[in-house]
Design a protein around this ligand. Sequence first.
Ligand code: TYM
Length: 331
Amino acid sequence: MTKKRMLSGIKPTGQLTLGNYIGALSKFVDYQDEYEMIAFIANLHCITNPQDPEELHKNLKDCVAMYLACGLDPNKATIFLQSDIMEHAQLGYIMCCHTYMGELNRMTQFKDKCAKGEKNLTGGLYTYPSLMAADILLYDPDFVPVGEDQKQHVELTRDLANRFNNRYKDLFKVPTPLVPKVGARIMSLSDPTKKMSKSEESNKGCIYLLDTPKQARKKIMSAVTDSLNQVKYDPENQPGVSNLMQIMSSLTNKSMEQIEEEYAGKGYGDFKRGVADVVVERLEEIQSKYNEIINSNLIEETLAEGARKASSIAKPKLQLVQQRLGMEIIR
Ligand code: TYM
């Protein structure tokens, strides 16, 4: 039986975070045996904001190394750099021509930035959900594993797939977003009402996969909690504690009940130390592999082979789309 296909990507505008790992990357690794996994590095999405070229280049390389260090196996998964496959940009433009401005206006990421009064927002940022739809539909995946914040974009992708299928006969598989039950939205440690994010102004609330054990431990020990002094899963009334429980549960597979039992009658100090131990142990595992990979040829080899495999799917797909739209003369 052929395996179902799964596709996802990460946009490394900065260092990857524990949120990226728990909400997305660790899931790619879990799925790579059961599914045909395609995982790419979304570098076209990185440049929707101004980037320092040297830093961007470093972040891209780090991201590939992190994919591998976290356990993605290039012999199982297809791992590639988005801009190595021209078809993304080309189908992205075609998608853009089929996306209504009303739909783009409703996308929360753009809306939030506008609401904050951010200046000089680019056209690329505005239309990025159309490019993301192209990233997905080019490969006809069955599932798209993402964290909570990307679900809206996958819903738009479904709408676009249906729109194309109605206008141009069945062209695309309509993909299903896969959002994890636990860990789909890891919150900032310094403000548990906000998502843990690499673009956070202060670094205190965000754990990076390359943080030293000391840095990570310090951030967890100073995480904002509450004055109830009970380890209980209650995101509404105890968002900080519940967030730490999500982190612990995701990394250990313990249920919320098990964690509550383990820390019944103990203070937040003990609980935070427990969370820090689990996080630091995982970071150390990842970092020791990362250090082996970052200066090896494995990065280039993985990307070259990944681009070859991705291209063999993307090229004929784009050709089919252009034919159906009546755009081609020479085939
Ligand atoms: P990006 O780079 O912002 O995030 C990558 C993945 O990490 C998840 N994530 C989180 N999950 C839980 N808690 C958090 N705090 C947290 N922060 C991030 C995201 O939900 C995401 O799954 N547009 C995408 C990249 C992209 C893509 C695609 C994804 C481009 N094309 C096609 C899937 C399919 C993005 O900016 O994700």
